[in-house]
Design a protein around this ligand. Structure first.
Ligand SMILES: [Cu+2]
Length: 163
């Protein structure tokens, strides 16, 4: 029994760096939020694995405050949702398949190319939770967003047109 306990403790220690970096990401986002946004966008996600917005438009260079609201009731472990905006030209299916196995980093893949492809991301939310992120995109074009929770991106994706 003692041996099992110490193994669990070691596992917990190994997991802690990922938790720490997730928290500092959140702190960064909160700092940016202090600046007033030029536009606010609210996207809802539900227990039927759907975003209520499949597309929206923003202006290049504008500060955008994006809020994701999980309006369902299911817990994060069963029906977690996030919203991740990817760089233009990212292979959505390829990125999402790497994200699927990245549970320790909130379904954001850890390899450099995949991390670089992320313009903005919210936390993974359970039913009733909300998270906001502030970002801007300088280059006009079409960008995609998705929920990177395993198995969700096929239904949960959308397009941002930057003008
Ligand atoms: Cu989802």
């Amino acid at each position: 029994m003692k041996k099992i306990n110490s193994t669990l403790f070691a596992a917990a220690l190994m997991l802690s760096p990922a938790t720490t970096s997730a928290q500092s990401d959140t702190a960064d986002n909160e700092k940016k939020e202090a600046k007033k946004a030029d536009q606010e966008v609210v996207v809802e996600a539900n227990d039927q694995m759907q975003f209520n917005k499949k597309a929206f438009e923003i202006k290049a260079g504008d500060t955008i405050k994006l809020t994701l609201k999980h309006v369902g009731k299911l817990p994060k472990i069963a029906m977690g949702h996030n919203l991740v905006i990817l760089q233009k030209g990212t292979n959505l299916a390829g990125w999402a398949s790497k994200a699927m196995t990245a549970a320790a980093t909130n379904y954001i893949p850890v390899d450099e190319a995949s991390k670089k492809a992320v313009i903005a991301k919210t936390k993974v939310l359970g039913g009733g939770e909300t998270d906001s992120v502030t970002f801007n995109i300088k280059e006009a074009g079409e960008y995609q967003y998705l929920c990177s929770f395993p198995g969700h991106f096929a239904l949960m994706q959308g397009k941002i047109t930057v003008k």
